[in-house]
Design a binder for this molecule. Structure first.
Ligand SMILES: C[S@@+](CC[C@H](N)C(=O)[O-])C[C@H]1O[C@@H](n2cnc3c(N)ncnc32)[C@H](O)[C@@H]1O
Length: 254
């Protein structure tokens, strides 16, 4: 498991989601009216607001540190009775029951680095869905131009305030691509600076993702026993089109 998610406080500062994604997934959960699995749930960014709307959620993540934080946040929000956080892997989880909706938000599916791993996760998802149950996920759309321009380059991801402190967090990403395997290796560096701009902490956290092209994801879902019933370019359900930077898919178990 990559160390990228061990720094949960820094993760929460920089990973605030995509516009309207919490609302999109929560609406879907309310529509299907059933218990939901939030796969690769992280620190509960989506599970917790969902539980606040009275949805029963099981959050699964492979990083225990993320889950510890998720449990603490759920307790603070007083929804611990609505959410169960389980330490497991997308490829192998076994919950012994079925669900109406399984979601994989915030591009987490891209952490599966081979077709074998992607298929293993989809097999587990299908097995845990009721007949006609729904899988919803989103991934970014790879831009050919960026794949070449960003290769072997460092860029600032952003400069963030640290709540409860005068310190700042400067985040750098160095990206290296293997276009044959469709894998990006990202070396993320968190640089914490004090109010005088002096670096007081530096943390380096590498991680990998496998980028996926839109048609590829369609074929993969079909192969795994799903039929795509919704395809959007943003979380306001606008159509997916040539300029879309995000691909949001809703698929039904067939
Ligand atoms: C980008 S974060 C998304 C977290 C959360 N869904 C959100 O929207 O904020 C990706 C998450 O995937 C988890 N993850 C990566 N590989 C995994 C795997 N094979 N099985 C389960 N979780 C995994 C990481 O631990 C991390 O919490």
């Amino acid at each position: 498991m990559s160390l990228a998610y061990e720094w949960t406080d820094y993760y929460d500062i920089i990973s605030t989601g995509l516009e309207h994604d919490v609302e999109f997934y929560t609406e879907l959960a309310l529509e299907v009216k059933g218990p939901v699995v939030d796969l690769a749930c992280g620190t509960g960014r989506i599970s917790i607001p969902m539980a606040l709307k009275d949805v029963e959620v099981v959050g699964i993540d492979a990083c225990e540190r993320m889950l510890e934080k998720a449990r603490a946040k759920a307790k603070m929000a007083r929804v611990s009775d609505k959410i169960k956080f389980v330490h497991s892997d997308m490829r192998t989880f076994e919950l012994g029951r079925t669900f109406s909706l399984i979601m994989i938000p915030y591009r987490s599916f891209l952490h599966l680095l081979s077709i074998k791993d992607q298929m293993a996760a989809l097999r587990q998802v299908r097995k845990h869905l009721v007949e006609g149950g729904i899988l919803a996920l989103n991934v970014f759309v790879p831009q050919i131009k960026h794949l070449y321009e960003e290769d072997e380059k460092s860029s600032t991801r952003g400069i963030y305030s640290i709540p409860g402190s005068e310190d700042r967090l400067v985040v750098w990403d160095y990206t290296r691509y293997d276009h044959f395997q469709q894998i990006a290796e990202v070396i993320r560096q968190y640089e914490r600076t004090d109010r005088n701009g002096i670096v007081v902490q530096r943390v380096v956290t590498p991680f990998h993702i496998r980028y996926i092209f839109p048609a590829e994801l369609h074929h993969l879902l079909r192969l795994a026993g799903f039929s795509v019933i919704g395809r959007y370019g943003n979380f306001y359900k606008e159509p997916f089109e040539s300029k879309s930077t995000e691909l949001i898919l809703v698929a039904k178990k067939i």
